[in-house]
Write a protein that binds this ligand. Structure first.
Ligand SMILES: C[S@@+](CC[C@H](N)C(=O)[O-])C[C@H]1O[C@@H](n2cnc3c(N)ncnc32)[C@H](O)[C@@H]1O
Length: 242
């Protein structure tokens, strides 16, 4: 089974890609996003041995929007005496000039969603993939690649490949996944069957992707997977343990 193939995307993501229009989301990486994410930041800083004081810590933000909140992320790392290098990848190049100039090392956005990046068929995608693979101590995606998607488990898997060993990813998922599972809300047109199927199988599908990838690439990647409720927002936390 080919692991990388063109998957269906949401109408919102398709509109952004088709019109090449600048991302215009409600939550768009404004400066205040950082203050709304305080609990997430606390959880990340509690991760034992995740960051090094000696080396540069590579950090990737998937779906940064304007990325203005990254000013504060950088400040927090600096206050904790960590050296950092921030990269971003979203649909379009949407970070503001000051974020580009002062914070971000590279913006890897190529105008296409994660679901369409295929290193087995496209040489540019392969270069991108080889460059990002196995590189980051921390990957964060807030209302990004595993939120605006019909394939959260695949996008979580693809995002996890960016982690180096012992690296950790926090990626927000639509709370309807959790609420459907708990029976708090019922299926409707928005939370279509494809979503409910994905919800039940989120972790199982994630590990299946890893298993197939390991077989095809002759690797032995291993990940811990859990879902965390952080300040009423749901994040999948994935740690690469091998
Ligand atoms: C709603 S904005 C969130 C911005 C910021 N992280 C925040 O929380 O305010 C969504 C971001 O995710 C990116 N994005 C959404 N779906 C994506 C996908 N399937 N593949 C790649 N990027 C995606 C968009 O380009 C945009 O940067």
């Amino acid at each position: 089974m080919p692991i990388f193939r063109k998957r269906k995307i949401t109408t919102g993501v398709a509109t952004v890609c088709k019109n090449k229009k600048k991302d215009s989301w409600t939550m768009n990486g404004d400066i205040n996003r950082f203050y709304e994410s305080k609990q997430l930041v606390n959880s990340i800083f509690k991760e034992k041995d995740l960051f090094s004081k000696e080396k540069v810590n590579n950090i990737m933000f998937l779906g940064p929007g304007k990325g203005e909140d990254l000013h504060n992320w950088k400040k927090t790392f600096k206050n904790n005496k960590y050296k950092t290098s921030f990269d971003v990848l979203g649909l379009e190049n949407t970070i503001t000039e000051s974020v580009k100039k002062d914070i971000v090392n590279r913006d890897f956005s190529i105008g296409r969603p994660v679901e369409h990046i295929d290193p087995t068929r496209d040489s540019r995608d392969k270069r991108l993939f080889d460059h990002l693979n196995n590189k980051y101590s921390l990957v964060v995606s807030q209302f990004g690649v595993s939120y605006h998607t019909k394939h959260p488990s695949y996008n979580l898997f693809a995002s996890s490949l960016l982690l180096k060993k012992e690296g950790v990813l926090y990626s927000s998922i639509n709370s309807s996944y959790i609420h459907l599972k708990a029976g708090i809300i019922k299926y409707n047109r928005v939370n279509s069957k494809i979503h409910s199927k994905e919800l039940d199988k989120l972790e199982k599908h994630f590990h299946k992707f890893v298993e197939i990838y390991n077989k095809q690439k002759k690797t032995n990647l291993k990940f811990e997977f859990d879902i965390r409720d952080i300040d009423n927002l749901f994040y999948v936390r994935i740690k690469r343990i091998n």
